[in-house]
Design a protein around this ligand. Structure first.
Ligand code: ZN
Length: 465
């Protein structure tokens, strides 16, 4: 029996050898990823002209022979058109070309657009919904696997007093999610599978790719909380290749954006070099140093060190993001809801516990108008709880609804909101008021169960909340 089994084994080994011999031929190299699309740095932004937040740094990185690719979340189709009559999708089609031209001026040709829809609000959740979050994320993961960037640079995911565009935030949210997913072989696995036979034309044959670092820039007004959290680059240094300061190269690149800034660009076109320099080096913002915030690095390096510090070429293993523990909460608690609670969870879920965010949270709103304070009440006790909400507001601000008594059933989480009517800004008042602190207090059985603070600034104009 034993001898028979051995004979069988020898026969089967021989058969294998024969089979191998039958297909042995000249070794053929397997196709490799296309090097023309490999990027050292991938910039992820929301609208055509957002690249302007980074163009002086991009010009510097190009001087250092870095390969750069850019992704826009939208075509910027919902703004006003300063250059012509075209609106909406037609305007988006023009702005796509303007963005491509702006980047070509710098020497960047690999540019992609996601199908997000330009959404004018400060609410990142609104933008993500209107962009079709899942579809855009899938496409961004594909572009990361295709371009294999060492570093991702994007808007800081958070809410601030500043431009605070929900689309800018959405691009930072997507870039962070894609940073954590592109290296994961079970995320969008159909992108990684290769076709084995005819009629499998949908399998993409990409490889997982784990980017090494992610950096952010914020469009917040205050800068104090971001200083020292990442590198700083002067824009006044002279480019080795262009023999011009980096701010000047950024301005030349910006000239493509006629639909967004024709009146400004016409003015520039009338200026001589000395006048342009005077304009740029006054307080116009063109000559401010660029600050970035290190989100995370999987290759070490100093927080304020160069963006490419510690980066060596080649793939690194996929790293699953470390989720920090749920914050401890009392049995009965109240918290800010909406985008604010989303970001608290987002930072925990993506290993960004140290990402700067204003405390108390802040927002700028158009006045007159309404401030909505979304609240979440958690009742983990075994009985129904009656909560009383009250608000402390500056003179002239009126709690219009949501204060008073509110009941939460046992073991329930309930959402509510306090709405505050904001006063008209006086004619002689500055366009922007200083932020004022407001508070919503929550009490149960005569005991405080929480106080929500917000810093709120009033503006003549602001994006809707
Ligand atoms: Zn923008």
């Amino acid at each position: 029996m034993l001898r028979f089994a051995r004979t069988l084994l020898i026969v089967s080994l021989n058969t294998n050898l024969l089979l191998c011999g039958a297909i042995a031929q000249e070794p053929k190299a397997l196709p490799l990823p296309d090097e023309r699309y490999k990027a050292d740095l991938l910039l992820v932004v929301a609208h055509p002209d957002d690249e302007g937040a980074a163009t002086p740094y991009l010009a510097r990185a190009l001087d250092e022979h870095k390969r750069i690719a850019v992704v826009y979340g939208t075509r910027g189709s919902s703004g006003a058109n300063e250059a012509g009559a075209e609106q909406a999708a037609a305007l988006g089609a023009i702005r796509e070309i303007e963005a491509r031209n702006a980047l070509t001026t710098l020497g960047i040709a690999n540019v992609w657009f996601l199908p997000g829809k330009d959404t004018a609000s400060q609410n990142v959740l609104q933008s993500l919904a209107n962009w079709d979050h899942g579809e855009c994320l899938e496409q961004l993961v594909r572009i990361i696997r295709l371009t294999r960037p060492e570093v991702i640079l994007t808007f800081l995911p958070g809410t601030f007093i500043g431009e605070d565009h929900g689309d800018h935030q959405a691009s930072g949210v997507l870039a962070t999610e894609a940073f954590d997913l592109a290296g994961d072989s079970v995320a969008f696995p159909e992108q990684l599978a290769g076709p084995m036979r005819r009629l499998e034309p949908y399998l993409e044959n990409l490889k997982p790719w784990q980017p090494k670092k992610i950096y952010y820039f914020a469009d917040a007004e205050r800068e104090d909380i971001f200083r020292g959290k990442g590198p700083e680059y002067s824009v006044k240094e002279i480019s080795k290749s262009a023999k011009q300061p980096y701010w000047r190269m950024a301005l030349d690149s910006f000239r493509a954006h006629q639909t967004q800034a024709k009146s400004f660009l016409d003015k520039i076109a009338q200026m001589d070099e000395a006048q342009i320099e005077k304009m740029a080096t006054s307080d116009s913002g063109w000559s401010d140093a660029q600050h970035f915030v290190l989100g995370k690095s999987l290759v070490g390096g100093n927080m304020a060190g160069d963006i490419f510090e510690g980066i060596k070429s080649g793939a690194i293993p996929f790293t699953r993001s470390e989720v920090s523990a749920d914050p401890a909460r009392p049995e009965l608690s109240v918290e800010l809801d909406g985008p604010w609670s989303f970001y608290a969870e987002f930072r925990r879920a993506h290993g960004l516990a140290n990402l700067p965010h204003p405390e108390p949270p802040e927002i700028a709103l158009q006045a007159p108008g309404t401030l909505v304070i979304p609240l979440c009440v958690r009742n983990r006790t075994a009985k129904k709880q009656e909560i009383t909400f009250s608000a402390t507001l500056p003179a002239g601000w009126v709690a219009q609804s949501g204060t008073g008594k509110f009941t939460v059933a046992a073991k329930q989480v309930a959402a509510t909101r306090v709405e505050v009517t904001l006063p008209m800004l006086a004619e002689n008042e500055a366009k922007n008021t200083k932020p004022q602190e407001i508070a919503v207090h929550a009490e149960s059985d005569g005991q405080s169960i929480g106080e929500i603070k917000l810093r709120v600034a009033l503006r003549k104009r602001a994006l809707p909340q």
